[in-house]
Ligand binder design. Structure first.
Ligand SMILES: NC(=O)c1ccc[n+]([C@@H]2O[C@H](COP(=O)([O-])OP(=O)(O)OC[C@H]3O[C@@H](n4cnc5c(N)ncnc54)[C@H](O)[C@@H]3O)[C@@H](O)[C@H]2O)c1
Length: 322
């Protein structure tokens, strides 16, 4: 291998965010990418345009851990996880999300390899917004808890160990590369942008929980990818939020879709069937600016317009220029 060549591992690279990170890494000079995915929720079509080395395996595969510990990768992006937040099997969630991550931490620490991993705004549960690191970390489901457990284990390592470990708490991510989430799961787990887009293009009325006033921090995938790339050069370990920094309601999403799709549609409101539902999330980005020297660039309306253009063109897979 050329000594100047970076060889970067992306776990969960067949998934939505992993495929977009892979695409962006491949666009860098002198960078090879190895994708490891078990295809439990990802989709091979996300990898179709990406010339990377691919392995179908668990992210805590023993041979892979040995390679990481031996220093064969210049950095690791860990995106693999059970991403369906309605899964209730506590043991399985913690095994796949938390245990596997602990093994990756040990392996990266052994070779001082930089580890950048996906955490989640789910760690904040229904705590009052704005959501800041170290405040209101009270997850309301096992998914959010498994991510908080990852952040806690990571903090233990980076207090004691010199290798750089960076956790990114993604808020509600939307954009190209997430179509499989509607097609594969019985539960639709794609962003509301995609779900509402598909309802409207199918000639149906878009459906929202009554009365569309719940507010979320929606962040466009291009900003999420930029945060990950910034984490490659961040000077120290830590965890930070990756959101737009602004809460917007679901009715705003409908307005943005109406504008960019050029349609007039009426919303059908219905009762929210979930016991647990995040009614207001908003990322406090102070730590993110300090740690990553990064800030989001895509407002909701601009992100939705970019996304709709790609969807209307039949685009599948990660963002073209990422
Ligand atoms: N999309 C969001 O809005 C969002 C928000 C917060 C956090 N996250 C986190 O970001 C990461 C990526 O999520 P995504 O939206 O791309 O979901 P995704 O389901 O599209 O991608 C996850 C990928 O990981 C793979 N995977 C799952 N378990 C694995 C294992 N044990 N070994 C190897 N591969 C495995 C899946 O097959 C899939 O390709 C996840 O860690 C998720 O928890 C996503």
């Amino acid at each position: 291998m050329n000594p100047q060549q970076d060889r970067i591992l992306v776990t969960g690279g067949a998934g939505f965010i992993g495929a977009n990170i892979t695409a962006a890494l491949l666009a860098r000079p002198n960078t090879d990418v190895v994708v490891v995915d078990d295809f439990s929720s990802g989709d091979w079509r996300n990898l179709r345009p990406l010339d990377c080395e691919l392995r179908a395996a668990d992210c805590d595969d023993a041979q892979l851990l040995d390679e990481i510990a031996a220093g064969r990768f210049s950095a690791v992006f860990h995106e693999a996880a059970i991403t369906d937040t309605t899964v209730m099997d506590q043991r399985r969630m913690v095994e796949v999300n938390t245990n596997a991550f602990a093994k990756l931490l040990a392996a990266t620490a052994a070779s001082r390899t930089r580890l950048i991993y996906a955490s989640s705004a789910g760690v904040y549960g229904n705590s009052p917004a704005p959501n800041a690191i170290g405040k209101g970390e009270e997850p309301e489901n096992i998914y959010g808890f498994s991510k908080l457990a990852m952040d806690r284990i990571a903090a233990r390592w980076y207090r004691r160990h010199p290798s750089v470990i960076i956790g990114l708490r993604y808020f509600n991510v939307y954009g190209p590369g997430e179509r499989h989430k509607n097609e594969r799961s019985g539960n639709k787990t794609a962003s509301m942008m995609l779900q509402l887009y598909e309802q409207i293009r199918a000639g149906k009325r878009p459906r929202l929980f009554k009365y569309g006033e719940q507010r979320r921090d929606f962040v466009y995938i291009r900003d999420v990818v930029a945060a990950n790339l910034a984490a490659l050069t961040a000077p120290r370990s830590g965890v930070c939020n990756v959101g737009s920094g602004r809460a917007r309601c679901f009715n705003d999403v409908i307005d943005a879709l109406r504008g960019s799709m050029g349609v007039e549609v009426e919303v059908e409101y219905f009762d929210n069937p979930f016991d647990f539902y995040q009614n207001h999330t908003e990322a406090d980005l102070r730590d993110s600016r300090q740690l990553l020297d990064w800030q989001p660039r895509w407002e909701l309306e601009a992100g939705v317009a970019d996304y709709v253009k790609l969807l209307d063109a039949g685009h599948r897979g990660p963002c073209p220029q990422c």
